[in-house]
Design a protein around this ligand. Structure first.
Ligand code: AMP
Length: 182
């Protein structure tokens, strides 16, 4: 069973939902950079205020900040993890790779959740998070296409990416993912 995983996909693909379920069923650490950043915003720290401005525009927060968050969590954990919302661009993917080489824990599998744009928009508008108004959603999709989507090719080239159609029910998608892991 693969137990060092990345969930990749556009905003609204269901990464968070599936990552939570799959990590619970397989006893993996679920590391969502979006959740960790939202927790920092909620704490109303000075850093949280700066992060909130970036998140509410749909842009990415700095690689440096996100990398330091991930590094602190991963280094202390060696029994399996699932990264959700990270890496978000090629710089982050390369930094992750060198960190994982250092601790001798390479990524085993990247699961790419595929969902068409129409369904993504529908899901994001229905979700109603602070950064889910229409203008910000459009920007998040643009940022995804420009910065994150190239990771699909990046991990395909490494031979570790598998695609899952993310347009069924929550349970049916989870079943598809679980079948790939074993
Ligand atoms: P998410 O919950 O994954 O949709 O992330 C929400 C927002 O948090 C994104 O639009 C970014 O502003 C920020 N964010 C989350 N993960 C990252 C990351 N790996 N790198 C940069 N920004 C991120």
């Amino acid at each position: 069973m693969s137990n060092r995983l990345i969930f990749l996909g556009p905003p609204g693909a269901g990464k968070g939902t599936q990552a939570q379920r799959v990590s619970e069923s397989n006893n993996l650490l679920h590391l969502s950079t979006g959740d960790l950043l939202r927790a920092e915003v909620k704490s109303e720290s000075e850093l949280g205020k700066q992060i909130s401005v970036v998140m509410n525009s749909g842009e990415l927060v700095s690689d440096e900040l996100v990398l330091s968050i991930v590094e602190s969590k991963l280094v202390s954990k060696n029994s399996g993890w699932l990264l959700d919302g990270f890496p978000r661009n090629v710089t982050q993917a390369e930094a992750l790779q060198s960190l994982l080489e250092k601790i001798n824990q390479p990524v085993e599998l990247v699961i790419f959740l595929e969902v068409n744009d129409e369904l993504l928009l529908h899901r994001l508008i229905a979700r109603g998070r602070a950064d889910d108004n229409e203008e910000v959603i459009r920007n998040r999709l643009k940022v995804y296409r420009e910065k994150t989507a190239p990771l699909v090719q990046h991990y395909t080239d490494q031979g570790i990416l598998k695609s899952v159609k993310g347009d069924g029910s929550i349970e049916s998608i989870e079943t598809l993912i679980q079948a790939i892991l074993v």
